[in-house]
Design a protein around this ligand. Structure first.
Ligand code: CP
Length: 303
């Protein structure tokens, strides 16, 4: 693998390799040799993804080159390509990029020889988020085959929905969407269900926030949205005993889910964030071709 841009063309074997490597990363520190540098080029805001890449790089022994948009030459008009090419010329061994364009990677892939990781592309894809979501599901259920997974929220504007729909379908899960009118993405051949049906029948309910930054205006009031399309206390009580709740965060508390459910027993939201560090360590290690360890029996370790 040269770059990590999309889950669309990842085989099941490649995904399992990432998940197994991520699980092994709990017990690994400082094993990337040669004084490598990673440039974290975040052109859009981030708390979790940026910080967990920084921690992942530090855990691996890689030097993180920080990049502050407002203090960079982007404010003088420098392009994404010239910024990335500059970091490559100065010595970055890895580029981690988040940008508001859905297809920013078209400007870099094939033109930059340094490995590139997509840390979020507009409303296109967020493949490292998908891998940490998959790791959290796999730790819980040990398999994806025939697992019923609902992705509920602003599907149309969600890069998380897109990356997870590709990967979960590849792994044999039964994926459905739940969305308020106007938030559907009809380009998918994935069934839509109501939020009630999703909560009553699914093993995993993955909630998404309304992507306000990608809307001119949102046609829903907060309370109405929660009652009609969100995870209320009543819907959570009707979920199956074993069912779990995921959310990529940040959570708009009281909008897509009742604030009391953010840390309820079924919530794995903070577990997802922890898994983000191991997953990003794994992806970096695989891209830099530095994984030489044998995988333990992953399924056994998760139980
Ligand atoms: N889930 C996620 O991408 O969060 P951040 O925007 O805080 O990185």
């Amino acid at each position: 693998m040269q770059d990590f841009i999309s889950t669309r063309d990842l085989s099941a074997a490649s995904i399992y390799n990432i998940l197994e490597t991520a699980e092994a990363m709990r017990f690994k520190q400082n094993f990337i040799q040669g004084g490598k540098f990673a440039a974290n080029l975040f052109f859009e805001p981030s708390t979790r993804t940026k910080t967990s890449f920084q921690v992942a790089e530090q855990n691996l022994g890689i030097n993180a080159l920080d990049f502050h948009l407002e203090g960079s030459s982007v404010v003088k008009g420098e392009s994404l390509y010239d910024t990335a090419r500059t970091y490559e010329a100065i010595g970055a061994d890895l580029l981690v990029v988040r940008h508001a364009c859905d297809h920013w990677h078209d400007q870099l892939v094939g033109r930059i020889s340094t490995p590139i990781i997509n840390a979020g592309a507009g409303k296109g894809e967020h493949p490292t988020q998908s891998m940490l979501d998959l790791l959290t599901i796999y730790q819980e259920f040990g398999s994806f085959e025939n697992l019923n997974i609902a992705i509920a929220g602003d599907i149309k504007h969600s890069r998380v929905a897109r990356s997870n729909a590709y990967a979960l379908t590849t792994l044999g899960a039964n994926v459905c969407f739940a969305a308020a009118p106007g938030f559907e993405d009809e380009s998918w051949d994935i069934p839509y269900v109501s939020i009630d049906e999703a909560c009553d029948s699914c093993d995993v309910v993955m909630l998404l926030r309304i992507q306000h930054e990608r809307h001119a205006s949102v046609p829903y009031q907060t309370r109405t949205y929660l009652t009609d399309y969100g995870l209320t206390i009543d819907r959570e009580r009707r979920m199956q005993n074993h069912a779990i709740v995921l959310h990529p965060a940040p959570v708009n508390r009281g909008v897509e889910m009742d604030t009391r459910l953010v840390e309820c027993d079924r919530s794995r939201i903070f577990k997802q964030m922890e898994n983000g560090v191991y997953t990003r360590m794994a992806i970096i290690t695989i891209l830099l071709n530095q994984w030489g360890g044998n995988h333990e029996n992953f399924t056994e370790k998760c139980q």
